[in-house]
Design a protein around this ligand. Sequence first.
Ligand SMILES: [Zn+2]
Length: 91
Amino acid sequence: MPCPKCGTREKLPGQSVCRQCLTAYQRERRARVRAALAASQNHADSAFHSHMQPTANPQPYVSPSESLRLQMIRLYNLERTRINNLKPHRD
Ligand SMILES: [Zn+2]
């Protein structure tokens, strides 16, 4: 049974293609995973650097979770002020 991909070599037993095509496929898949990892790493690095150098960027990077945290703090302070204003004044 010849390999359907290259048509020149015999298929590996239990595989649909020959060893050369299987190796090439695995190498290509690993390269794709590495490229994706490198891309996400580069993205994290650029976010990190823009955070570390806020003067170089007019709008410093704020992560969504940090932005949410700041929003929660603002809401908490607002609520605390409101509750304090509701309390009857002593003295
Ligand atoms: Zn092949």
